[in-house]
Design a protein around this ligand. Structure first.
Ligand code: RB5
Length: 149
């Protein structure tokens, strides 16, 4: 992705500081960041924030999305219910690269209770720097897309 790639960020209440750290980190690299919150520390359900970020991507308002909750799992499940979204939870840089290279993921989820901030930033970098390999992977991603038909 180029430096003008548009990235939407969201989280639940557990991950507001990590989300802000990621926003600053990728904005400093030139990405165009849209942080759709939340900003208040009160408990707020992860499905609505996963859905909101996913719709931002699916509607073309952002190119890619990064969402965070306690484990990353719940917000990933919600995001993947939105048509056109392919979101994977990553706790390591290898998976973050591979969900781009092989799965053409357009969103990634992180667990703030799983990975510390330094690793999370490396995972984000791996995800955003990787490209879809195409080739034999295209037909497989098309099979995923066909499941939505
Ligand atoms: C909130 O306590 C927690 O359930 C949520 O952040 C997430 O881990 C759900 O998958």
């Amino acid at each position: 992705m180029s430096g003008t790639t548009r990235i939407v960020l969201s989280s639940d209440h557990t991950a507001i500081p990590m989300r802000r750290a990621i926003a600053a980190h990728i904005a400093a690299q030139g990405f165009e960041v849209t942080d759709i919150g939340p900003t208040a520390p009160e408990s707020t359900p992860y499905p609505q924030h996963g859905e909101a970020a996913a719709r931002h991507v699916a509607d073309g308002c952002s190119d890619m999305g990064i969402v965070i909750c306690g484990t990353g799992q719940g917000i990933m499940m919600a995001a993947n219910k939105v048509r056109g979204i392919r979101c994977g939870v990553c706790s390591d840089t290898f998976s973050a690269r591979m969900i781009r290279q092989h799965n053409d993921a357009n969103m990634m989820a992180l667990g703030v209770r799983v990975v510390a901030e330094g690793l999370a930033l490396d995972i984000v970098d791996a995800f955003l720097q990787a490209r879809f390999d195409g080739g034999r992977h295209t037909a497989r991603v098309d099979m995923i897309k066909a499941l939505e038909a």
